[in-house]
Design a protein around this ligand. Structure first.
Ligand SMILES: *[C@@H]1O[C@H](CO)[C@@H](O)[C@H](O)[C@H]1NC(C)=O
Ligand SMILES: *[C@@H]1O[C@H](CO)[C@@H](O)[C@H](O)[C@H]1NC(C)=O
Ligand SMILES: *[C@@H]1O[C@H](CO)[C@@H](O)[C@H](O)[C@H]1NC(C)=O
Length: 221
């Protein structure tokens, strides 16, 4: 019994050490994007037909962050079910600590935002985004042109009306967010095709970032 407790204690100690280490690294490292630049680029194309806006936003990111945006052949909308809601994502960039994607839904949908080890911001292009924060007795509605912030470890109820489309930026421990993003696949939808698409695009994005990091090291050294 004593040894079992000791092992549990060692494990907990090891987990906290990892947590503190990753946290420190995430505070010190440099990032490709920032919430402000993502908002700025998104709003440069605000008011256009949504299909055109997304194409132009994609092109601007591609131009301003070469080597960090997935090439045209990986452009794909993928269904996503999580926290009871259903939407679609289109990933532009993903690494261990950042992601950039288009997100939205063509139906009215609502559910739990999820609690993440990441700060997430959403700049709305069309539709509406209702957020009910923990502890509040009312909800806030956000409209096109506004940016909604969702800070790490927070949870909220979220509701999007049909035809809500936005650009989302996340910064934090991205692999940890995948648990929430993929949980509904195992407990509800059993849509393993979607699971495959998400894992494949994430793998492609990670490979691209690894190449960018090696490229930076070579050019610096
Ligand atoms: C946006 O433009 C596309 C292609 O030109 C068109 O098919 C679509 O209906 C337009 N969407 C809206 C919401 O006007
Ligand atoms: C979605 O919800 C809005 C407002 O809550 C409602 O007016 C609209 O009819 C709904 N749309 C659909 C497609 O159900
Ligand atoms: C999230 O934002 C808060 C407040 O700006 C900051 O202290 C924290 O380090 C950020 N977390 C991540 C994972 O970037």
């Amino acid at each position: 019994m004593f040894f079992m407790c000791l092992n549990v204690f060692k494990l907990l100690f090891f987990i906290s050490l990892c947590f503190v280490g990753i946290r420190y690294w995430m505070q010190k490292k440099s990032y490709v994007f920032s919430a402000d630049i993502v908002e700025e680029i998104t709003l440069n194309h605000f008011g256009k037909n949504i299909t055109v806006a997304y194409d132009d936003i994609y092109d601007e990111f591609l131009e301003r962050f070469p080597g960090h945006v997935l090439p045209v052949e990986h452009r794909k909308w993928i269904f996503m079910n999580a926290g009871g809601w259903m939407g679609a994502i289109h990933i532009l960039h993903a690494s261990l600590t950042e992601y950039l994607l288009f997100f939205g839904t063509a139906v009215n949908t609502s559910g739990n935002s999820g609690r993440y080890w990441a700060n997430i911001s959403d700049t709305i292009l069309t539709g509406s985004f209702r957020q009910w924060q923990e502890g509040a007795l009312g909800s806030t509605i956000f409209l096109p042109g506004q940016t909604v912030y969702h800070y790490e470890w927070e949870a909220a109820a979220v509701e999007w009306t049909a035809g809500t489309w936005m650009v989302e930026y996340g910064r934090g421990c991205i692999p940890s967010t995948l648990f929430f993003a993929l949980a509904d696949t195992f407990t509800s939808t059993l849509d393993f095709v979607t699971l495959f698409y998400i894992l494949r695009v994430y793998a492609n994005a990670l490979i691209m970032e690894a190449i960018a990091v090696i490229g930076d090291m070579v050019s610096m050294g």
